[in-house]
Design a protein around this ligand. Structure first.
Ligand code: IDC
Length: 343
């Protein structure tokens, strides 16, 4: 089923051309008005039901969409036009907002990055897309390193958006070099911070070995099954790059999905560098599994950097588009757009 259309223009018209007694006036600041056939209009507030993500009627749903590149570098790829294309032409259900902490990210200017994420949440909301707020810690790999910053950020961002149905919180992009129990203890520190502001937002928890469910550091999903995070309404993340992460990783995802709620918040059709040749055959095997199991996924990334995994051709963002159709896309972009649109 597809539910994606844009009625932003209609919404704007409805707010302006109010025929007395026929159309209720939109409440001031009511940016929660969503496109009639959008993912959010069709599904409402999500929650974790057993091993799956379910819509407000309790039916399992699979979200498909795109992650931004690091917002400190590629916020200029996230424009009115590119988001219209993502929601309308690509028919994406979800936009992941990749806010790095290091490498020139949040730690350098918390105010600026909080406001940027805030604005992009509103933009996703207006287009009827879910938004994943990605606390993009990467190096250092211990999530505790940024704990006090995370407390400040999540307190504010969740507080500002607690009335919305469409925001999910990813609390640690890719932990590495630390045990699962250390990641779990971080999750048990930060989830209560989120829940204090919004009791029932879905929270996504990174896993050991760059969110490989442990595999990239010699473990696997059993360490999580044995010691799950003590919180409700959470999912565990799995990231893969198809040219690097082959059958062993695919088998792990297939097994884990029988025991744990999993959300693939990042994948690429190339190697883990986000670059190199595309392996569409391997990526297709993952997509088949995720379709069968209704595992939601997000592709890396919605930018025009020089790497093969950035969907737009170099120069697209600074030129301000064009954004729609396959024309401006690299091969990975053409492929992933087709798979998001395919329904
Ligand atoms: C890459 C970016 C690149 C940046 C690098 C380090 O594409 O521009 O220099 O990060 O910040 C991940 C990470 C994601 C990576 C991506 C591709 O979550 O930040 O982006 N990747 O390497 N995990 C596996 C692959």
């Amino acid at each position: 089923m597809r539910w994606q259309t844009r009625i932003r223009t209609l919404v704007a018209l409805a707010a302006v051309v109010v025929l007395p007694g026929t159309i209720a006036e939109a409440a001031p600041g009511d940016t929660g008005v969503v496109a009639e056939h959008s993912a959010v209009a069709a599904n409402g507030k999500l929650s974790v039901c057993g091993l799956r993500l379910c819509n407000s009627s309790g039916r399992p749903v699979q979200l498909r969409g795109m992650s931004t590149h690091g917002l400190q570098w590629y916020a200029h790829c996230v424009t009115d036009g590119s988001l219209d294309a993502l929601a309308g032409d690509w028919r994406a259900d979800v936009l992941r907002l990749s806010m790095y902490i290091q490498e020139g990210g949040y730690e350098t200017d918390p105010r600026r990055f909080t406001d940027l994420v805030d604005r992009f949440i509103e933009e996703a909301t207006q287009r009827g897309m879910y938004a994943i707020v990605d606390w993009h810690m990467l190096s250092p790999g211990d999530p505790h390193y940024n704990l006090s910053l995370a407390r400040t950020f999540f307190t504010e961002i969740v507080g500002r958006h607690r009335g919305k149905d469409n925001v999910l919180y990813e609390i640690a992009n890719e932990p590495s070099g630390v045990s699962w129990s250390r990641i779990r203890s971080y999750a048990e520190e930060i989830i209560p911070v989120i829940r204090a502001q919004d009791r029932d937002a879905v929270v996504l928890v990174g896993t050991r070995g760059w969110s490989s469910l442990g595999v990239s550091e010699g473990g696997d999903e059993r360490e999580i099954i044995a010691n799950p995070v003590r919180a409700e309404n959470i999912m565990y993340t799995f990231h893969f790059y198809a040219a690097s992460h082959r059958d062993y990783y695919l088998d792990t995802l297939a097994r884990a999905a029988q025991r744990l709620p999993v959300f693939v918040t990042e994948f690429g059709t190339q190697t883990y560098t986000g670059d190199g040749g595309n392996d569409f055959a391997m990526a297709g095997r993952y997509l088949d599994l995720m379709a069968q199991q209704k595992i939601s996924w997000v592709n890396w990334n919605f930018s025009d950097d020089h790497r093969s995994g950035a969907v737009f051709q170099e120069g697209t963002c600074s030129a301000g588009g064009p954004w729609t159709g396959p024309g401006p896309l690299k091969p990975a972009g053409v492929w992933v757009r087709e798979h998001i649109r395919a329904g």
